[in-house]
Design a protein around this ligand. Structure first.
Ligand code: ZN
Ligand code: FE
Length: 255
């Protein structure tokens, strides 16, 4: 099974997974890079997975539906695409011989879902859209800090080796903020060096892993004393995990 991030717009990734014959894509905001990749690798598109309703994740779906036999799967609560299978958390999608589990991850949008799959002989995969980014999380456009906290806590329970396939290359700017929150986190500083080298070579920083995010992502570290203290420095009323996450999110918005 091969995993390829197709760059789209200024900083989106459309994830393509294929077995040299069939393929799936996640969040195709643009059909063009997907059609080009299908042609280049001679693949038939079997499924289109959608995590949430924002146009940079959905605008290419109609053209791909027209050009390919792919089935579309998306969140029951928010996307209205004709001929789409509407999914709730706990359901599974069968595709490319894999069984992908749907996880409800509200916060960025109210019906946002993620897809998690075990892959034979490889690390598991997580397609998390705009919920979890490397060293960060999505903005709270529709959901509450409490919802985002619960969503990130759920994702943090996935196996350490899980490949985290985020929908945007935001890692470097997230790392600047993460270093302001935890300037003494050695793993974080080492990861920043690694990502700077990857980006200087024009390589994607993703996929990340759940183990790494648990070590370096401030939004997944709302129980750590250093993170709580930093959040209190921004908003003195921060006291529990939800208010720490809310303070971090607000701080990041104006960082
Ligand atoms: Zn979005
Ligand atoms: Fe997005």
């Amino acid at each position: 099974m091969k995993l390829i991030p197709l760059p789209a717009f200024s900083d989106n990734y459309i994830w393509l997974l294929h077995d040299d014959q069939h393929a799936l894509v996640v969040d195709p905001g643009d059909a063009k890079p997907v059609l080009a990749a299908l042609q280049r690798f001679n693949l038939q598109l079997q499924a289109i997975l959608v995590t949430h309703h924002h146009p940079d994740h959905t605008a290419g779906v109609a053209a791909l539906q027209q050009a390919t036999p792919a089935q579309v799967f998306g969140p029951a609560l928010e996307v209205t695409i004709p001929a789409m299978t509407r999914l709730h958390g706990g359901q599974t999608v069968q595709c490319l011989g894999l069984s992908l589990e749907v996880i409800d991850v509200p916060g960025h949008t109210s019906g946002h879902i993620a897809f998690y799959g075990v892959v034979p002989d490889q690390a598991p995969l997580l397609f998390c859209g705009d919920t979890l980014f490397s060293a960060g999380c999505g903005r709270l456009f529709e959901g509450t800090p409490g919802q985002m906290l619960t969503s990130l806590q759920r994702l943090a329970t996935l196996p350490d080796s899980t490949r985290v396939c985020c929908a945007h290359e935001y890692t470097l700017s997230n790392l600047k903020f993460a270093c302001a929150v935890e300037p003494g986190n050695a793993e974080l500083l080492a990861y920043q060096d690694k990502v700077q080298a990857l980006r200087a070579a024009e390589k994607p920083s993703l996929p990340s892993s759940i183990a790494l995010e648990r070590q370096i992502n401030p939004f997944m570290r709302t129980r750590e004393a250093t993170v709580i203290a930093a959040a209190k420095g921004f908003d003195a009323s921060a006291h529990d995990e939800t208010s720490v996450l809310a303070a971090l999110r607000q701080w990041k918005n104006q960082f």
